[in-house]
Design a protein around this ligand. Sequence first.
Ligand code: PGA
Length: 246
Amino acid sequence: MKKVLLGNFKMNMTKRELVPYLKTLRRVVKNSQNIVGVAIPNVYLCLAQKYLAHSNVLIGAQNVHFENKGAYTGEVGANMLSDYGVNFCLIGHSERRAYNNENNIDINKKLKRLTMSEIVPVLCFGESAAEREVGRQFDVVTAQLCAALEGLTSEDVSSMVFAYEPVWAIGSGASATTMQICEMSRFVKDFLTKTYGIGRDQICLLYGGSLNDKNFAEIFDVEDINGGLIGGACLDIEKFGKMIKN
Ligand code: PGA
């Protein structure tokens, strides 16, 4: 089965590092059976477009504004991202929720904006360590999904991507266990199929949080997991390449 592997660069890499990276990535992905993309900082989209043109690598952004244009200093609209060949865009990453005060209302507006564009939204969600400690992970995830998806149709839901990223596993070096991922991915797919009347195979659900070249194989084997959102490990082209090829 084809897997989806999306790299999240976050605020990393310089132009000097990025160009050789993109050249290698292009080569690595050439004969891959998997769907591969990288979400890079906006300032480098132009470079990505140049070095990934006519390749199998999808280009991603890490955020978008919910309006297409206007007096929003420092923001970037979906139509601008489209101009640079952006195929997908992360929405609601926990770092944006934590450091940029992004709330479920903003996330819902951004999702709605992207459904009007050609860009595929990748909705990130997941519970914190404190929430899991008291057993609230399913309630928290349900609330995040309900709020983010408010007003969206079954068609919207089946054409977007979901990424379960428990906050405590991101950048910690310790991913969630396959048992925890199995439980949550089943729960999310049950919820989405029931709510939207769509099939399990119409939902693309990724796992994210300390995925690397050592643990990805068993995590990708989890029945309801269709791939991964990879932070730290995607910056190392050798590690990311290993994950893409296998
Ligand atoms: P990580 O990040 O792989 O470095 O844990 C994942 C993410 O934040 O998407």
